[in-house]
Design a protein. Structure first.
Ligand SMILES: [Zn+2]
Length: 144
């Protein structure tokens, strides 16, 4: 059965880097209090994983990747898109948090590898917190 098409999370892939980051984040009261709302989960189900991942990459490229991102430190809303929430939960919300938690220095553009890593962290967090989405309406994934 293709669980992706049903909107449910695909089988988790073991990722040692994510596992150790998750452990560090779990020790932060601020980072670990973030939860997806039912509205967020409905958005995820409706959007589907491939488009959600593309949206996450666009958000990272637009808001984090420049050497001097606009409004750095305040560029990530607390709600409005599941990716924003995941950014706060995983300390990928601004260049200050990327420096402190992920060892990525500020003042230079993010590399493609860093962008890909951040997107994979965001998707890992969202998959873990979305749970079973089979109760939400799903729309066929449209081409980008
Ligand atoms: Zn931040």
């Amino acid at each position: 059965m293709d669980r992706d098409a049903s909107g449910a999370s695909p089988a988790p892939r073991p990722d040692p880097a994510w596992t150790s980051l998750r452990e560090r984040l779990g020790r932060s009261v601020f980072r670990s209090r973030f939860r997806l709302s039912d509205a967020d989960r409905a958005t995820i189900a409706r959007t589907g994983w491939p488009i959600l991942e593309a949206q996450a990459e666009k958000i990272v490229r637009d808001r984090l990747a420049p050497a001097q991102p606009r409004n750095d430190g305040r560029q990530t809303p607390m709600r409005g898109h599941p990716v924003f929430l995941a950014q706060h939960a995983t300390a990928t919300c601004c260049r200050g948090c990327l420096a402190k938690w992920h060892g990525i220095p500020p003042g230079r553009p993010l590399t493609d590898a860093e962008i890909a890593r951040i997107v994979s962290i965001l998707l890992a967090w969202i998959r873990e917190h979305a749970g079973d989405l089979s109760g939400f309406p799903v729309q066929q994934t449209l081409p980008l």
